[in-house]
Design a protein around this ligand. Structure first.
Ligand code: F6R
Length: 369
């Protein structure tokens, strides 16, 4: 049931704090160590892993892109992310020391299943991150880490995405613990920060009025761009995908650093562009780089819709609208920054009179090639 919401999608967007909470539940013992009971892959095998390859499609693949930033940072293991339908027709370099992570909400996506089989044939161990108990992909994998988002009814994925990202963080921290890449205190600290995320997601949901109003004002928009760097890049891709699927509007996500390598030619007066701004407290100088990107597109007439951290005063002079999200560690930020983009797509589709739960031409699980 929709529980008083206008659509399943709207409900599922609001279920996200719970989906993340439930996906984190029962992952630690009394001493605070991470335990992954359902992981049936031998610890010695996990210690010797020298490469991780994430295979998935669509939104699940974007969860894999986020995972790459976190797992490489925490575990110092190279992580590749590949669309399952590309992986399965390549001659990928995988072997017994490769951990393949197959991410799938439904567990029935044909392309992902075939990629799982392809990987296992070459001796790789496959770990499924899946939302559906007893589905085919976990059954055919060596191990499974279930996301506990609950059934996702709307065709477009929302709460499963946040749960997938959460599960990859748990996996990354577990590997870091097992392989000694982080001190126990560091793992505890990050896990505590992760546990604080559901309340922050709730704050983003409570602030959704301005996003909705922005979407309502853009009912006749024909194109929207999404820009991000670092973990904001997959968030931009996901924001664009949501808008295409739901509102049938041309949308494109870019790594903001790519702008001057081509896409900036698209910018003209009135072009709407969402920009996901990293925390000003983060490492590197990413924050100022993204601010420069905003200035560059604004100088060429773009209408800038900016997602930034609470208290980030540097963005205001260059933003037409700012959507603020609570402070959190940089690597965890996608759990917050994607939420306004989901709400935007849902609302824009609704005001355009479209069926947000059942977009045209799409099926909830793609069991054919
Ligand atoms: C987008 C969406 C799809 C799925 C993709 C993979 O909103 O729902 O892109 O993410 O088809 O599906 P699963 O996760 O079931 O393998």
């Amino acid at each position: 049931e929709k529980g008083g919401f206008a659509s399943f999608m709207d409900k599922e967007i609001h279920d996200q704090p719970q989906a993340v909470t439930d996906t984190l539940l029962g992952r630690t013992d009394i001493a605070g160590h991470l335990v992954l009971d359902d992981l049936r892959i031998d610890e010695s095998v996990l210690r010797s892993v020298d490469k991780i390859v994430v295979i998935a499609c669509g939104t699940a693949a974007y969860a894999g892109h986020v995972a790459k930033y976190a797992i490489e940072h925490w575990c110092r293991i190279p992580v590749e992310v590949e669309l399952a339908h590309e992986f399965r027709y390549r001659d990928p370099v995988v072997n017994e020391r490769t951990l393949v992570v197959a991410i799938s909400q439904s567990g029935e996506t044909m392309d992902t299943l075939m990629a799982v089989r392809h990987a296992r044939e070459q001796g790789a161990k496959v770990l499924a991150i899946c939302n559906t108990h007893g589905s085919t992909i976990p059954r055919e994998s060596d191990a499974v880490l279930y996301t506990h988002a609950g059934p996702e009814i709307a065709v477009a994925s929302t709460k499963a995405f946040l749960a997938q990202i959460t599960a990859t963080y748990v996996l990354g921290l577990y590997l870091a613990q097992l392989r000694g890449n982080l001190f126990p205190d560091e793992i505890t600290e990050i896990f505590d920060q992760l546990r604080a995320m559901p309340d922050k997601i709730q704050i983003v949901l409570d602030r959704s009025d301005e996003v909705r109003k922005t979407a309502q004002d853009m009912v006749d928009t024909t194109s929207v761009l999404f820009l991000g760097r670092h973990v904001g890049f997959p968030v931009a891709l996901e924001g664009a995908l949501k808008l295409k699927e739901l509102a049938y509007i041309h949308a494109e996500g870019f790594a903001a650093g790519e702008l001057k390598h081509g896409p900036i030619a698209l910018i003209e007066e009135g072009q709407a562009a969402f920009v996901i701004v990293p925390s000003p407290r983060g490492r590197h100088s990413l924050h100022s780089k993204v601010i420069s990107n905003i200035q560059e597109i604004r100088a060429r007439g773009a209408r800038t819709l900016v997602i930034a951290e609470d208290g980030d005063d540097a963005v205001a002079p260059f933003a037409d609208v700012v959507f603020s999200v609570p402070r959190c560690p940089t690597l965890l930020a996608p759990l917050l920054t994607v939420v306004p983009l989901q709400i935007f797509a849902c609302e824009l589709a609704t005001v355009r009179g479209l069926d947000v739960d059942q977009p045209r031409n799409l099926a909830k699980s793609v069991t054919v090639e």
